[in-house]
Design a binder for this molecule. Structure first.
Ligand code: ATP
Length: 274
């Protein structure tokens, strides 16, 4: 579904004054990976390793410096304005911090309806239709439609992240970027949100691109995983194979540093029980 081929991204280098240039940062160097339809693909890397840059390139919020990204076979670097809008409707994002990512002055109805308004020509829903869909989405994420008129401060962290997930689903995407979706939550709430994501994936046939620096969560959730270090992929493979038989020194050191490498004894229990 997603193919990233030889992608590099260099920030900076633009002229500054008469003689100088901004320093260059190689945020991504020759990154290649592919995500299959219906799978959960994990991207693991420490802060500054290039995870956000890669997701921004996937949505073409940044232009790549080299390489190509294909979504469903289309080179996203060559999409027309209409093609780009369609891409952004098909790709939803759940952000890390459910406190910062929901506008405190907007009602839950407005928050969940906003992406539907942006994409209204494509979705063909009037105001009533958007509100009905928002109610349906709230129900899907385990919150009732009675919450539509309330505001973010009235909800717990886990509930806010459910609202963030409802918003990410608003345009009917088939691909979700989950950017550290549970790292701001308590461990008990993390497991509930991860289980919700698992159920939604099965119900809606979603493909997940799951970013995290928490290997326990990645092992629990992802079918395959890529490790990124200073903008370079150092390992890609089936999650269990990488955990049980890591090929790179980086993977070995990450796994050795995990508090408990046994998923059956992780805070989340065995991988997706039931
Ligand atoms: N707009 C920008 N201009 C210049 N450098 C940037 C820009 N955005 C990111 N960088 C640099 O690119 C590198 C990769 O950053 P990126 O934000 O992609 O990492 P990350 O893995 O997402 O980190 P985090 O987990 O902290 O979000 C870093 O060195 C960062 O400082």
């Amino acid at each position: 579904m997603l193919e990233v081929e030889g992608v590099s991204k260099i920030y900076g280098g633009e002229r500054r004054g008469f003689f100088g240039r901004a320093p260059q940062v190689h945020a991504l160097s020759d990154v290649s990976l592919s995500v299959r339809r219906g799978e959960s693909f994990g991207l693991v890397g420490e802060s500054g390793s290039g995870k956000t840059t890669l997701t921004r390139c996937l949505l073409r919020l940044e232009e790549v410096s080299a390489g190509t990204i294909r979504f469903d076979g289309d080179d996203i670097g060559r999409l027309s304005a209409a093609g780009l809008r369609a891409l952004r409707a098909r790709v939803g994002i759940v952000f890390q911090d459910p406190y910062a990512s929901l506008n405190p002055r907007m009602s839950i109805a407005d928050i969940v309806c906003e992406p539907m308004e942006i994409h209204r020509a494509r979705l063909g829903l009037d105001g009533r239709g958007r509100r009905d869909r928002a109610a349906e989405l709230l129900e899907r994420v385990g919150l009732g439609p009675q919450h539509l008129g309330r505001f973010p401060h009235e909800f717990s962290g886990g509930q806010r992240q459910r609202i963030g997930i409802a918003r990410a689903l608003a345009t009917g995407p088939d691909f979700l970027i989950l950017d550290e979706p549970t790292s701001a939550l308590d461990v008990s709430v993390q497991a509930q949100v991860l289980n919700l994501l698992h159920d939604l994936q099965a119900q809606l046939g979603l493909t997940y691109f799951f970013i995290s620096h928490d290997l326990g969560v990645i092992r629990y959730v992802c079918d395959r995983v890529a490790l990124i270090y200073r903008g370079r992929l150092v390992e890609v493979g089936a999650t269990e194979a990488v955990f049980q038989n890591p090929a790179s020194d980086y993977a070995r050191s990450l796994i050795a540093a995990m508090p408990d490498p046994d998923p059956d004894r992780s805070p989340f229990g065995p991988r997706f029980p039931g």
